[in-house]
Design a protein around this ligand. Structure first.
Ligand SMILES: [Zn+2]
Ligand SMILES: [Zn+2]
Length: 155
């Protein structure tokens, strides 16, 4: 996404549109799939020789739950995108694409849950406890309080 400096009035301008999803190719891995183009809505204004671009960016993804390892749909967004670009006399345009990509990459959470109630995987048989139940019983090692039963207190 480019801002043409010569066409910018003193009041600035609002830009809204989409960057193609291929911009985010490097973000895709075994845990993340990009599902939409990247939406942006910016206001751009020249202030004291700098171009200020602020607004929001967002993209729809499928991401792997950190607890149960199933994929779910969500939106990654940066609603307080803000960048400043130094302008020299002959700057014709400013390309914001790299910063849009970076803004999304920085907004990808390290730990995500498909829901606050996600039950995760059974540590014994590995089934997804959100979808199935199993007969595994928690062993004494799963229960920190039971482990205390084995401790003899000395007087
Ligand atoms: Zn989950
Ligand atoms: Zn189990």
């Amino acid at each position: 996404m480019r801002v043409e400096i010569a066409r910018l009035s003193d009041e600035g301008a609002v830009f809204e549109g989409f960057e193609p999803k291929k911009v985010l190719l490097e973000a895709e891995d075994a845990h993340l799939r990009v599902c939409s183009d990247i939406f942006y809505r910016f206001s751009a204004q020249i202030v004291s020789g700098e171009l200020l671009v602020r607004g929001e960016i967002s993209v729809d993804v499928e991401i792997e739950c950190s607890r149960c390892a199933s994929f779910f749909s969500t939106t990654i967004a940066d609603s307080s995108f803000l960048r400043a670009y130094e302008l020299s006399g002959d700057t014709e345009h400013v390309d914001v694409t790299d910063d849009i990509r970076e803004g999304i990459l920085l907004s990808i959470p390290r730990f995500v849950l498909c829901s606050d109630q996600c039950q995760g995987l059974c540590p014994h048989c590995g089934i997804n406890r959100n979808k199935e139940t199993c007969d595994c019983r928690p062993s004494r090692f799963d229960d920190p309080w039971q482990a205390l039963d084995g401790i003899e207190l000395k007087e």
